[in-house]
Design a protein around this ligand. Structure first.
Ligand code: NAD
Length: 288
């Protein structure tokens, strides 16, 4: 189920209904009646729903608090009432900016933006429901995703889209901010691993170790696309911009999970997908 808000593109659901037991419900996770009904019918609940864009959280934080905190509260109440397991999808941003080293699962949460604070709040709520009510819940945290079908408000599709159109590519500050990039397929395989082999009451960090600054990523994409680097345009930095995120994923690796996509191969595949699917772009443009 999904509210089809920011980040959604209805094209992603085309032709899915009825396939492999899939069915879609449009709705909001803050709707307690709907969530009660859907959760009661589920074997397990995996919660991806969130307002996810840091810039939007800075200009208007309220929807982030509603979906990312109140929505999780509603889901937790439903999971408690119907005794269902919840896998909650969180983010490396809950640890805030790290000068060195990598955050492990039990490190202190230290978020910087309204977005990351709302995600950290959700984690604390999940933990409190495990401790207080004994609900069955697990948390996954992942680094920056990329791959097909990602909204152009995120860095990599934005760069590809601007480069395809020959438009300037805005880069915050010096472009030296570091993120650890993971292909969406690897994030999914990590979540499946936690669903099958994880333990309730535990958190799991999912990361590849592909730590690269934004300029390196942008130059790689321009190189793959054969586009000039003078498309890059430096713009004023984002307020409170975290310099570096990094997760220690040794717990997941100890469970046998490994990422399967290298960054160069993953970026080349992403560029190919966006270049080959202009109709998808048009649908997204119409939607957002
Ligand atoms: N994209 C990343 O790099 C990344 C990294 C780590 C964690 N995450 C987490 O993964 C999850 C998915 O992220 P994404 O990048 O696909 O985000 P996205 O913004 O592309 O998609 C979020 C989806 O949540 C839906 N949604 C928002 N509020 C809702 C509500 N109240 N009820 C129902 N649906 C609602 C939107 O309609 C949208 O389809 C989020 O929880 C995010 O915090 C993302």
């Amino acid at each position: 189920m999904d509210a089809l808000k920011h980040g959604s593109n209805p094209e992603n659901l085309a032709g899915m209904e009825g396939k492999d037991g899939y069915s879609f419900v449009r709705g909001d996770i803050t709707d307690a009646d709907l969530m009660g009904r859907l959760v009661s019918e589920a074997d397990m609940v995996v919660n991806f729903a969130a307002e996810s864009h840091v810039d939007r959280s800075i200009t208007d934080a309220r929807p982030f608090m509603e979906s990312n905190i109140m929505g999780v509260f509603v889901l937790l109440e439903a999971a408690r009432k119907h005794d269902k397991r919840l896998v909650h999808i969180s983010t490396d941003e809950v640890f805030g900016s790290l000068e060195s080293g990598s955050a492990s699962e039990d490190d202190v949460l230290n978020p910087s933006s309204p977005y990351s604070s709302s995600k950290a709040s959700a984690e604390l709520l999940v933990r409190s429901y495990v401790t207080t009510y004994g609900i069955k819940a697990r948390i996954t945290r992942c680094t920056n995703n990329y791959g097909p079908r990602q909204s152009a408000e995120k860095l990599i599709p934005k760069v590809i889209k601007h480069a395809m159109d020959g438009k300037k590519i805005p880069v915050y500050g010096t472009g030296k901010n570091v993120r650890d990039w993971i292909h969406v397929d690897d994030h999914c395989s990590g979540i499946l691993k936690v669903m099958s082999d994880g333990r309730d009451g535990q958190s799991y960090n999912i990361s590849t170790g592909n730590e690269l600054d934004n300029l390196v990523i942008i130059r790689k994409i321009l190189g793959i696309m054969g586009k000039p680097e003078d498309l890059i345009e430096f713009v004023g930095d984002r307020p409170g911009h975290d310099f570096r995120y990094s997760l220690d994923s040794s717990k997941m690796r100890g469970m046998g999970w490994r990422p399967g996509t290298g960054i160069d191969d993953g970026l080349a595949r992403a560029v190919k997908w966006y270049a080959g699917n202009p109709a998808w772009w048009k649908a997204e443009d119409g939607w957002n």
